[in-house]
Design a protein around this ligand. Structure first.
Ligand SMILES: NC(=O)C1=CN([C@@H]2O[C@H](COP(=O)(O)OP(=O)(O)OC[C@H]3O[C@@H](n4cnc5c(N)ncnc54)[C@H](O)[C@@H]3O)[C@@H](O)[C@H]2O)[C@@H](O)CC1
Ligand SMILES: [K+]
Length: 495
C-alpha cells in the first residue's frame, strides 16, 4: 500500500489510537517521547502565532492531553514565558502523571482549579483539558471553566482537539472550547472538519510529530480531505460538443431564480451546452438575462421527452416543486436513464418515492433533505454526518454530498471525502442551485459521479471563500460565478 499523504487523510478516533499504538509498539517510539514532541510542536505553534505572548495559562486535564499541557509548561518556562498552569479535572496517571512530575521537577507550580483564587490575566490560554479521549459532556466545574475561557477575550490555543468537541463525529455533547488555533497531533481526526468542528477548531494546524511513512501505511484513512483541484486544460481543437450538454429541469411558477443560477453555474464550470426545461412563463426572462442558456417552456412530460433525448446529463430539482407538474417531469427525467444530479425538490420527491440508481447519479441533500430521505430528523443526521452520508449512498446507489459546514461526499463503495473550505456566507438562497449546476457541468464533461461530486464541492466552496473576502454577510449566490470560472481553469480565484 502506498502511504497516504497525512495532510489529506482523515481518521476516526479509534484509528488514531491504533496509529499511536503502532508508533509505540511497532516503530518503538515511547509514548512519553510522542508527548514531548507534541509539546514541542505546541510551543512552536504558540510562538509562531503569538510571537509577543509572554504570559500563558495552561489548563490541564487528567489524560494524555493534559500530559501534553504539562510538558508544554516545561518548554514554555524554559523559553522564558510566565506559565500559570492549572490542573482542572481528575487525577493524572501514567504518562500524564510523569509529565506533571516533570513540570514540578523543573520548578513549575501546579494550581488546582478548585483552589484558584483569581482569574489569570494572560496573553494566551492553552487548552489541554481533553483531547481525543473525551467520552462525555464536560461536567460542571470544567464546563464553567470552558465558558470562562471562551468569554475571556483572549486567544486560545487548543492542543490536539478543542476540549468538549467529539473529534470523531464533529459534535459537542456540552460546552466546548472555542479555539483560535488548534494544533492537531499525529493525524487529523475527521470530526475536526465537519458539523460543529469548524466552529470550534479555529485555524487548524497538523503536526505529524516527525513520524515516518511506515506509520501511514499501517492504516488506510477513514476519509480524504479534498484537494484544490481544477479541470484539466482543454484541447486546442475542442468544440462545444466535446464538453457535454446539460439539461436543467426545474423552475415551478415563481421559482425562476433557481434554474437560472443552476444553468449559469453550469456554463461557468465549463458545460458545452446548457438547456433549461421550465415553466413557459420563465422563458422570456431567461432568454433576456442569460441568452447562452437554451430555455424551453414545457407544460409536461411530452414536451420534455425531446429535450431529454438531446441531453447527456440532467440536473433535476432546482425550484421544481412537488406538485403535479414537478412530479411528472421528475418521473420522466429519472426514467430516461440519463446520468444525473438531483437536488432540492428532486430529493424531496425521491424521499416520497425511493428508488436505487443504476447509473452515474449524484444526490446533494442538505441535512433537512437528508433527514427526509432517511426517514429521520435533522438532529440525528447531524449527530453522525459520516454515518448518514454513507447510509444514503448505500441505500440509493448514488454518490451523496451532505451539505453544511464540512460537506461530505460518500460513494456506495465506501469512499468518503471531506471538504475543508466554505463559510457561513454560503448559507444563503441559491447556493445549492449553483452547486447542482457545477456538478452537472462536470458530469457533462466526462467526470465520473465521484469525481464530479468531489471536484464540484471543492470548486463551489472555494468560490464561496473567494466571494467571502468581500464579507460573508450579504453574499449572494451570483457572487460565486466569477471565481468559479477562474478556479475551474486552475487560476487564482481573483485576478
Ligand atoms: N501516545 C499517545 O497516545 C499520544 C497522545 N497524545 C495526547 O493524548 C490525547 C489522548 O489522551 P487520552 O486518551 O488520555 O485522553 P484525553 O486526555 O483526551 O482525556 C481522557 C481523560 O479524560 C477523562 N474524560 C474524558 N471526557 C471527560 C469529561 N467530559 N469529563 C471529565 N473527564 C473526562 C477520561 O476519563 C480520561 O481520564 C490526545 O488528544 C493527545 O493530546 C499526544 O501526547 C501524542 C501522543
Ligand atoms: K484540548
Amino acid at each position: 500500500m502506498n502511504a497516504p499523504d497525512p495532510r489529506h487523510a482523515l481518521y476516526t478516533v479509534d484509528q488514531v489510537r491504533a496509529l499511536d499504538r503502532h508508533a509505540i509498539e511497532v516503530l518503538g517510539i515511547p509514548g512519553f517521547e510522542l508527548m514531548r514532541r507534541a509539546a514541542a510542536a505546541a510551543l512552536a505553534c504558540l510562538r509562531r502565532r503569538w510571537p509577543q505572548a509572554r504570559r500563558v495559562a495552561i489548563w490541564c486535564g487528567p489524560g494524555n492531553n493534559g500530559g501534553d499541557g504539562y510538558l508544554l509548561g516545561v518548554l514554555a518556562r524554559e523559553a522564558g514565558m510566565l506559565v500559570e498552569l492549572v490542573a482542572a479535572s481528575g487525577k493524572a496517571a501514567g504518562d500524564a502523571l510523569r509529565a506533571r512530575t516533570a513540570f514540578e521537577f523543573a520548578g513549575g507550580r501546579v494550581h488546582l482549579l478548585e483552589d484558584m483564587a483569581a482569574w489569570p490575566e494572560v496573553d494566551v490560554h492553552v487548552d489541554a483539558l481533553y483531547g481525543s479521549g473525551l467520552n462525555r459532556a464536560p461536567d460542571l466545574p470544567v464546563a464553567e471553566l470552558i465558558e470562562r475561557i471562551n468569554s475571556s477575550g483572549r486567544p486560545v490555543l487548543a492542543l490536539d482537539v478543542p476540549s468538549g468537541l467529539d473529534a470523531d463525529l464533529g459534535v459537542c455533547p456540552g460546552s466546548a472550547v472555542r479555539a483560535t488555533t488548534t494544533v492537531c497531533f499525529i493525524a487529523a481526526k475527521r470530526g475536526l472538519y465537519t458539523g460543529v468542528g469548524p466552529d470550534v477548531v479555529g485555524k487548524l494546524e497538523l503536526d505529524t510529530l516527525q513520524l515516518p511513512d511506515a506509520l501511514w501505511e499501517s492504516q488506510p484513512p477513514a476519509a480524504l480531505l479534498l484537494r484544490p483541484d481544477a479541470l484539466p486544460p482543454r484541447h486546442r481543437s475542442a468544440h462545444k460538443g466535446d464538453s457535454g450538454h446539460l439539461l436543467v429541469v426545474g423552475g415551478e411558477q415563481g421559482m425562476a431564480g433557481a434554474i437560472r443560477l443552476c444553468g449559469e453555474a453550469a456554463l461557468r464550470a465549463g458545460a458545452g451546452l446548457v438547456s433549461v426545461a421550465t415553466q413557459i412563463g420563465h422563458v422570456p426572462a431567461l432568454n433576456a438575462g442569460r441568452p447562452e442558456l437554451m430555455a424551453h417552456g414545457v407544460s409536461g412530460p411530452q414536451a420534455l421527452e425531446p429535450l431529454l433525448e438531446r441531453a447527456d446529463v440532467l440536473a433535476v430539482g432546482p425550484g421544481l416543486g412537488q406538485a403535479a407538474w414537478g412530479h411528472a417531469l421528475w418521473l420522466t427525467s429519472l426514467d430516461s436513464g440519463r446520468p444525473l444530479v438531483l437536488d432540492a425538490d428532486g430529493l424531496n420527491l425521491l424521499a416520497r418515492e425511493p428508488r436505487r440508481f443504476d447509473r452515474a447519479a449524484v444526490l446533494t441533500p442538505h441535512p433537512g433533505e437528508a433527514a427526509r430521505l432517511l426517514g429521520t430528523d435533522v438532529a440525528t443526521v447531524q449527530s453522525d454526518r459520516f454515518a448518514a452520508t454513507r447510509e444514503l449512498a448505500g441505500r440509493f446507489g448514488a454518490v451523496v454530498v451532505l451539505k453544511g459546514a464540512g460537506s461530505l461526499v460518500a460513494h456506495p463503495d465506501g469512499r468518503l471525502a471531506v471538504c475543508p473550505w466554505g463559510n457561513p456566507g454560503m448559507g444563503a438562497g441559491g447556493m445549492g442551485d449553483v452547486l447542482t449546476g457545477v456538478i452537472g457541468a462536470l458530469l457533462a464533461q466526462g467526470a465520473t459521479a465521484w469525481e464530479a461530486a468531489c471536484l464540484g464541492v471543492g470548486l463551489h466552496a472555494r468560490a464561496g471563500d473567494a466571494a467571502a473576502l468581500e464579507g460573508e454577510r450579504g453574499m449572494v449566490a451570483g457572487d460565486l460565478m466569477a471565481p468559479l470560472r477562474r478556479l475551474s481553469n486552475g487560476l487564482a480565484a481573483h485576478a
